[in-house]
Design a protein around this ligand. Structure first.
Ligand code: XMP
Length: 324
C-alpha cells in the first residue's frame, strides 16, 4: 500500500537505476494521458536524455498536433520532436477502404517513421538509444496476455514488437502496475494540465477509422471540423467528464437536404458518445434533445459537404465504440 507521492519518488529512483547515468531513452507521445504521464515521469528522472517523438500521421484531431507540442514542449519542458509525416500516411492510405488495412498501414508507417527518427537521434548523440518508453497500463498488460491468438483479434492495435527487435531496444514501462484513475492522479501531481489528464481516449489510427470509406485530405477535414464542434459543445455544456468517449464519424454516402433554398446532396455525420468503465461494454450517452439539436444545426451550417447528422444509439455489444 503506497501513496501516489511515494510512487513518484520510488519510480523515479527505479528509472534512474535502470537507465544509469548516460543512456538515452525514446518514446512516442500522442497527447493522451498515458503517454504524457509516462513521458513526464521519464523527464523528471533523466531530463533531456529522454526524447519524446510526436508523429503527425495526418489523422489526428483538429489542431491537436500544435496543442500537444505546446503542452509537452513549452509547458512541461519535455524534449520533443514533432515529425510531420502526414503526407506519407495519407498517400499510403489513398484508395484504402478496408478498416483492418487502414490500421495496418497506419501501424506499419508509424513504426517506419519512428524508427527513422530514432536513427537520426542516435546519429546526433553519437550513442545508441537503448530504451523505449511505453505508457502501458495494468489493464493493457492483462489484455495482451488474455487476447493472444489471431482468432481473438477483433481489431488490430499496433504493437511495438518490431521496433524492439529491429533496433535492439529494451522496454521500460513505468505505468505497468497502474489503473487509469491512478494515472490521472499521478498526472495531476506531476503538473499536467487538467484538460489533458481527463482527455477521452483516442485511437492510434485516429480519424482514419472514423471515416467509413476512403481517407482523403478533404474527408479528414470534414470529419475533423464536425468532431471539433461536437467536443467543443460537450465541454461547453460541462458534461465532458460524464462521457467516456465521444466523436464524430463521417458516413461517405450522400443524402438529400435543403440548404438555404437550394437542394443539397451531401454526406452524413454520425455522432457517437458513450459511457463505460472498461471499454469492453458501453452504453450510449443520453443527451438532452436540445443539445443534439444545437450540435446538429452547427454541424450542417458550419461544415461544408454535410447536410445530415445522426446520433448513434447502439450499445456495445453488439456495436463497438468505433465504427470501424
Ligand atoms: P472498440 O471500437 O473496439 O474500441 O469498441 C474500444 C476502445 O479501443 C479504442 N480503439 C483503438 N485504439 N488503436 C487504438 O489505439 C485502434 O486500432 C483502436 N481501435 C479501437 C477505441 O477508441 C475505444 O476507446
Amino acid at each position: 500500500n503506497w501513496t501516489m507521492e511515494e510512487f513518484i519518488s520510488k519510480e523515479i529512483n527505479r528509472i534512474q537505476r535502470v537507465i544509469g547515468p548516460t543512456s538515452h531513452v525514446i518514446g512516442a507521445v500522442s497527447g493522451g494521458v498515458d503517454s504524457t504521464v509516462a513521458a513526464k515521469l521519464m523527464h523528471e528522472a533523466i531530463g533531456d536524455r529522454f526524447h519524446a517523438i510526436l508523429v503527425d500521421n495526418g489523422v489526428m484531431r483538429l489542431n491537436e498536433c500544435q496543442e500537444v507540442e505546446a503542452t509537452l514542449n513549452h509547458h512541461l519542458k519535455i524534449n520533443l520532436t514533432v515529425v510531420d509525416a502526414s503526407e506519407e500516411f495519407l498517400t499510403k492510405l489513398s484508395g484504402v477502404e478496408d478498416p483492418e488495412k487502414k490500421r495496418k498501414i497506419i501501424g506499419n508507417t508509424f513504426i517506419e517513421v519512428f524508427q527513422r527518427e530514432a536513427e537520426k537521434l542516435t546519429a546526433t548523440h553519437g550513442q545508441a538509444i537503448e530504451y523505449l518508453l511505453q505508457g502501458t497500463l495494468y489493464p493493457d498488460v492483462i489484455e495482451s496476455i488474455s487476447f493472444k491468438g489471431p482468432s481473438q483479434t477483433i481489431k488490430t492495435h499496433h504493437n511495438v514488437g518490431g521496433l524492439l527487435e529491429n533496433m535492439k531496444l529494451k522496454l521500460i514501462e513505468p505505468l505497468r502496475e497502474l489503473f487509469k484513475d491512478e494515472v490521472r492522479k499521478l498526472g495531476t501531481l506531476l503538473g499536467i494540465p487538467e484538460d489533458l489528464v481527463w482527455r477521452h481516449p483516442f485511437p492510434g489510427p485516429g480519424i482514419a477509422i472514423r471515416i467509413l470509406g476512403e481517407v482523403t485530405p478533404e474527408q479528414v477535414q470534414i470529419a475533423r471540423v464536425a468532431d471539433h464542434i461536437f467536443i467543443e459543445e460537450i465541454k461547453k455544456a460541462g458534461i465532458y467528464r460524464q462521457i467516456s468517449q465521444a466523436f464524430a464519424a463521417l458516413i461517405p454516402t450522400r443524402a438529400v437536404g435543403v440548404k438555404g433554398d437550394q437542394r443539397s446532396y451531401e454526406q452524413i455525420i454520425a455522432l457517437r458518445a458513450v459511457t463505460t468503465t472498461d471499454f469492453m461494454t458501453a452504453d450510449w450517452y443520453d443527451f438532452d434533445a436540445k443539445f443534439l439539436k444545437h450540435v446538429s444545426s452547427r454541424i450542417v451550417n458550419e461544415v461544408s459537404g454535410v447536410c445530415r447528422v445522426l446520433y448513434d444509439v447502439s450499445q456495445k455489444p453488439p456495436g463497438t465504440i468505433e465504427f470501424l
